[in-house]
Ligand binder design. Structure first.
Ligand code: GTP
Ligand code: MG
Length: 130
């Protein structure tokens, strides 16, 4: 199950619903609240009752310096106790992705990082030394 926990960016919920339906994966959303912890808890209850064995909470994009959004993530973590927290970073971020990952790890504790758009960067390097 995919869970729409980005309640800030316009159309983020719709985007997840489109992605979910194209992959035939159920999407949980609650457009009546901006309480992300509540949404995550409701989604977990529904996933349990519908026997969804994997739940992915899609949270809002943010910069590590955004204290308010970082606190939101901490609240979700404390309430939902996810098995894994993955940070998704655009590869165009370059080597700063290391700093971003370190900051998230110190503030929140992450289990891994996913670098997207490796296919789309024309400045792509062939190795760590280029
Ligand atoms: N070519 C390519 N496009 C990608 C890749 N990952 C994401 N995109 C595209 O980049 C755009 C932004 O992707 P999103 O999934 O909305 O990015 P996001 O990090 O969730 O952004 P926010 O929800 O605003 O935080 C979309 O048009 C995606 O299709 C990738 O690995 N390769
Ligand atoms: Mg997103």
């Amino acid at each position: 199950m995919l869970v729409a926990c980005d309640v800030y960016r316009p159309a983020a919920i719709k985007q997840l619903q489109v992605v979910g339906s194209s992959l035939n994966i159920p999407v949980f959303a609650n457009e009546n609240t901006k309480d992300v912890v509540l949404i995550a808890k409701q989604a977990m209850s529904q996933a349990i009752s519908k026997l969804n064995d994997v739940v992915i909470l899609d949270t809002a994009g943010r910069l590590h310096i955004d204290e308010e959004l970082m606190q939101e993530l901490k609240n979700v973590k404390a309430n939902v106790k996810p098995h894994e927290i993955l940070l998704v970073v655009d590869s165009m971020t370059g080597q700063d992705a290391v700093n971003v990952a370190q900051s998230f790890n110190e503030n929140l504790g992450i289990d891994g990082i996913i670098l997207t758009k490796l296919d789309g960067d024309t400045r792509r390097r062939c190795c760590a030394f280029c």
